[in-house]
Design a protein around this ligand. Structure first.
Ligand SMILES: [Zn+2]
Length: 314
């Protein structure tokens, strides 16, 4: 499933439509009337988590979620908008100079911005790729997931929006964190480090994605990781590498189902973690006392909640 970096890349790619007027908008799989949008200006295009949002004049908004199979094609418009579409096309938007096709996306919704149709969007957590991502807010919100395995919690878009299955496995591996331990077993410093690492990696990908003409689901081309320079096929550290040797310790990578989704991890680099104390005593006894997630953020100045623990492997 395309993750937040892909959606931000797509939003950036189709940004030239901003300021142009709608020539036609077709939602072939929907009964929604779209005629009234003709002539309206495209005012904004943005991503929130895994959603693409196109905002038109008079507060009309289009929400697209690509889920597993959705694809987008964006190009200069050279001919009049087509009269008929392939069955896979769920959205065609033409402006004076551009056209956007979305195929196979199950969620395409046009409604007024404030309407209940967008309640799901309002429930989303802060967008990890967005310019204004607030890591402190994200750490505070972790309170709601203390008992949830971190590998599942990272995918819950209500905590933090944008992280998907690939980045989840990659980020946890990079910091040597056990995907099966509950969020409450990690220190604030660890969660901060993890979220900021994922943000950095995902933001580094946005540009590359924004330059692709056809946005394919799944891996969306090579992701930028430390190992990309070695010419690896997927460019991932652990994702889709089950049974292959860990890039750090050569132990075979494992795959396990977690909340119905695959988690890839190295059993050696990401040792089991049962609780915060467990980790603090066994791995980092020389480190300062661990500040648990949700400890009083108002009181602790930022320097005190900086990484409470170092990852085990580095
Ligand atoms: Zn390893």
């Amino acid at each position: 499933m395309p993750e937040g970096d892909t959606l931000h890349g797509l939003a950036r790619r189709i940004a030239p439509m901003i300021g142009e007027r709608v020539l036609s908008l077709n939602l072939p799989m929907s009964t929604q009337n779209t005629k009234h949008l003709i002539g309206y200006q495209v005012q904004n295009i943005q991503a929130h988590g895994k959603n693409l949002l196109v905002v038109f004049e008079k507060d009309w908004m289009l929400r697209v979620h690509l889920r597993m199979k959705g694809r987008a094609l964006f190009r200069k418009r050279t001919s009049p908008p087509p009269l008929r579409f392939a069955p896979s096309v769920v959205l065609h938007l033409a402006t004076s100079s551009w056209e956007l096709f979305i195929r196979d996306a199950p969620v395409v919704l046009l409604a007024r911005r404030g309407s209940f149709h967008f309640d799901e969007l309002r429930a989303l957590g802060p967008d990890i790729v967005a310019d204004d991502f607030d890591v402190d807010l994200a750490i505070e919100r972790a309170q709601g997931w203390l008992n949830v395995p971190i590998g599942e919690a990272l995918l819950d878009q209500r905590w933090v929006a944008g992280i998907g299955n690939v980045w989840k496995s990659e980020g946890l591996f990079e910091l040597g964190l056990d995907p099966f331990a509950p969020v409450g077993a990690f220190g604030q410093g660890e969660i901060r480090k993890l979220l900021l690492l994922l943000r950095e990696r995902m933001r580094a990908n946005v540009d590359g994605i924004a330059h692709r003409r056809l946005l394919i689901p799944q891996l969306n081309g090579p992701r930028i990781t430390r190992f990309e320079a070695q010419g690896t096929k997927t460019g991932t550290l652990v994702y889709m590498r089950a049974h292959k040797p860990c890039r750090r310790c050569r132990t075979p990578i494992l795959r396990a189902l977690q909340g119905g989704r695959s988690t890839y991890y190295c059993p050696r680099c990401q040792p089991p973690r049962r609780s915060l104390e467990d980790n603090a005593s066994s791995k980092c006894s020389s480190e300062p006392a661990v500040t648990p997630i949700g400890a009083d953020l108002e009181i602790a100045p930022p320097e005190q909640i900086e990484p409470a623990l170092h990852s085990q492997s580095r």
